[in-house]
Design a protein around this ligand. Structure first.
Ligand SMILES: [Zn+2]
Length: 342
């Protein structure tokens, strides 16, 4: 890609209110059957158009076809019983009633490949597609079959690899794996989490990314952040091994976060999607605030490897706020592009 500082989003964007209840995670669909299928496609078009009119360079489906970034993928797999539910603690943070793994997991048919093909038909821009990461997947399930987090994650990695290869064939340029769990289970990440991620990207020729964040701006996450102290050094635990891994791009949270920016030095050499938009507030950043975050990151990331982005998904925000934030991302990036050109 020739654009300097190509902008993108971490993933989700708000859904139109005729498709799902707005400003909510796991929001139920308002349509059913063929109407739902067409509604999702229309929402994808709207979401793409919002990104394009804001000048976003690397576009996505805005996750318009998914209810949730992890659950929707798992719903399409065999071996998981959604009727049989158990309460577990997700990412050591909040209790949730989750489905149970009752047998060998498999992917009877492609999950997002048709949706990705549809997005590909709508634009010639670089497109990015997000999948859940293996460790984040196992963290939202109760395992009554493998009885080993590592084994289950490895099985999911194989399934994700099948899906990723088909997404690549459908014309996706960047495949991103969302791994917020990488910010919590450091020993496991280093022991086998990154190995599972590398299994998921095995044999891919397109670019690959891993998104590691502090979560959506929902209460459970903002409460958790309050317990993390004045410096968030979680990235320090996993960056050294990630730097050595075969993943191309690392997407992370920077703006308004307490992540010490010098931790980016630990992944120098990788392409970095720098979160310059806070998704946990309705306050829209000024372009100057976005530019300030990017300038800080430029101390540790080479300009040709810096991709301005959002901290996380924007699904729970209003469409107006999300639109304002996308515009701020572009305008702030333009300021820094002009500075770099001088
Ligand atoms: Zn995120």
């Amino acid at each position: 890609m020739k654009t300097l500082l190509p902008t993108s989003t971490a993933g989700s964007l708000p859904k139109p209110s005729w498709l799902a209840e707005p400003e909510k995670l796991w929001s139920p669909w308002k349509l059913t059957g063929d109407e739902l299928t067409r509604g999702k496609q229309d929402a994808l078009r709207v979401s793409l158009q919002e990104q394009q009119s804001a000048g976003v360079d690397i576009v996505s489906d805005g996750e318009q076809t998914r209810q949730h970034f992890v659950t929707t993928f798992i719903e399409h797999l065999e071996g998981v019983d959604f009727e049989k539910r158990q309460t577990v603690k997700i990412r050591d943070r909040y209790d949730a009633s989750v489905p149970t793994v009752v047998g060998p997991v498999s992917r009877p048919k492609p999950v997002f490949v048709e949706d990705a093909r549809f997005l590909r038909q709508q634009t010639d821009q670089t497109i990015k597609w997000a999948l859940p990461g293996p460790m984040t997947m196992i963290d939202t399930l109760y395992d009554d079959h493998y009885k080993s987090r590592e084994k289950l994650a490895w099985e999911f990695a194989k399934i994700l690899n099948q899906e990723a290869k088909e997404l690549e064939a459908a014309g996706v340029d960047i495949i991103q794996f969302d791994e917020p769990a990488f910010n919590v289970f450091f020993d496991e990440v280093n022991a086998w989490g990154i190995a599972c991620l590398e299994k998921a990207i095995e044999g891919l020729k397109c670019e690959t990314a891993v998104h590691i964040c502090y979560g959506y701006g929902i209460k459970a996450n903002t409460d958790w952040k309050k317990t993390l102290g004045s410096e968030w050094r979680q990235y320090e635990e996993v960056f050294p091994r990630l730097q050595q891994s075969s993943i191309d791009i690392i997407s992370l949270e920077c703006h308004n976060s307490r992540v010490p920016i010098e931790l980016l030095e630990l992944v120098r050499g990788k392409k970095i999607m720098v979160g310059a938009i806070d998704v946990a507030t309705n306050t829209v950043e000024t372009p100057e605030e976005v530019a300030a975050t990017l300038r800080k990151a430029l101390q540790y990331v080479d300009a040709d490897k810096l991709y301005p982005c959002t901290n996380c998904g924007m699904a729970p925000l209003s469409r107006e706020v999300a639109r304002g934030k996308l515009n701020a991302l572009s305008a702030g990036t333009d300021i820094v592009r002009r500075e770099l050109a001088n």
